[in-house]
Write a protein of this length. Sequence first.
Length: 536
Amino acid sequence: MKSLEPKINRLNSTTKEMFTHLPNLVPVVIIFLLVFCLSALLNFYHTQIAVKKDGNASIAELENYIESIAYELHELSPYISYHCNDSDKLGLRSYVFNSDMLKEAGVYYQGVVTCTSNEGKANIPLYPPLLSRLANTSNKVTISLSQSKSGFTAFFIYASTGERSGLNALLPPSDFLETVIPKLQERRYGYSFKVLSEHIYSDNIYNGNNRLKEPKSILYFSSQRYPLSLTLYINNESYLFYFVQHIWQTILIACVLSVFYLLIRYQMLAKRSIEFSLINAIKHDRIEMYLQPIVDITTERVVGSEALLRWNHPSQGQISPDIFIPLAEKLGVIGDVTKQTFSTLTQFLHANPTYTENHYISVNLSRNSIIDASFIRYLYDYADSHPDIVGSILLEVTENIDFSQVELDSALDNLKLLKQLGFQIAIDDFGTGYSGLNFIRLHSFHVMKIDRVFIKSLHSESTITPVLVSMIHLANELKMKVIAEGVETPQQIAQLRKLGVRYIQGFYYSHPIKPDAFLAYSGQTKKEKSSKCLST
Ligand code: C2E
Ligand code: MG
Ligand code: MG
């Protein structure tokens, strides 16, 4: 039972997560609904066009059928005479016997049917309008209706072979129409066929006079060659038939549009994402360099500054370097960020050549950069091309670096090289790393920057921690200068003074400020500085 619990919890959290993503699907559902509505509207026109095509095709098919029978009658005519001999009867009967649909065939002469396959000799006069229709058609073929003795409607095809003479064939209307009806039924049309002005066949729903259902629209088709016409009734089922026929296209379009929408949305989200904005900001030089003064408390003079970056995000406002620096490291662009800092500080130092006479400027290096051969190459070239500046630059590396042995060896080699190039090297945030006090012994650093966590609680003598004392002893032993970070109060200054710490960085003197403000600040007198820091 207990082993089931984690599984149930996992299932619950997965379900919850699924529900939180559901609102994202609303636009996709709307896309599907819109495409289906549009498709239903278009289906109205598609159906009308399809019905027109089907109506014309049905008429053409029936015409072809009439003509194929007429052709057979023409083929038969040389072997059948109007005299109605045994051979004539036999000829007519075997023709009917071999046909699937024909029920009777006959011969007419001088406007009178003289012989039929069923009854033999006959004397049935043909209606004059039929004869004149036959005479007026170009292919000498026509159709007609007549009532049989048993009351059934018979459908005739006439093929003239001479003056008022020829052959005819009789078939039930339903058999004649069988060639087209299944297709009309499949498409759910109502239909009604007329020969001359008589209905010969209708479906059950719209059976000519007795209309059981109101159709949505009605279309008429008639043959140009024969007195044959077709009425098609379009109803909801017909529309539904075409809608279902094209439903795969509708789904495909909705899917394509949804994928398109999701791609655009994803791109917009990506654009709005902090990663995208950061890369953009780096590309367009939108990360600013601020300087925080470092003050010698024995003289109260500014001796240097630390370059600290500030990113003013267009929509999210100021973003802390504690957030965007690790992000830049993760995205592999921290080298570019630091190179930009170098180019900004180089411009600043060139614009203020006296700065380097009595100030240094420190730059933070990421752990990735210390073991990045191309970045070290950049610093090598920088030192080469700026020999006047390099001695005033203090590179800060944190102690908090979890290197493998190989990386550590490479980092130490690189630090050695940087020192040889003329850079000064500081160990930053000292005391917070997990290398204990070992890392500091592996390289001879110029400066130790004590992290602000050790300064924070420094109110009075009783709050001085043994760790702080031993860090300062270690720095003295290794002949390193000490800078205390995060100094905010006069009490902290007083305690640090007692401990022999000379260099201070902290809000007590100044927050990180823009380079112009820094120049104004570092030019101030001691008195002005104290009154300013008291006001912040
Ligand atoms: P960090 O190098 O230790 O910089 C000192 C941080 O302490 C700065 O924070 C500074 O504003 C803050 N600070 C200074 N005085 C006081 C104080 O009196 N009280 C308090 N509470 N804080 C004080 P910031 O500017 O937010 O930078 C944070 C960290 O981001 C830096 O720590 C550094 O590790 C990193 N960083 C900043 N700029 C760069 C850069 O260009 N490259 C790299 N790799 N890291 C940078
Ligand atoms: Mg630093
Ligand atoms: Mg620090």
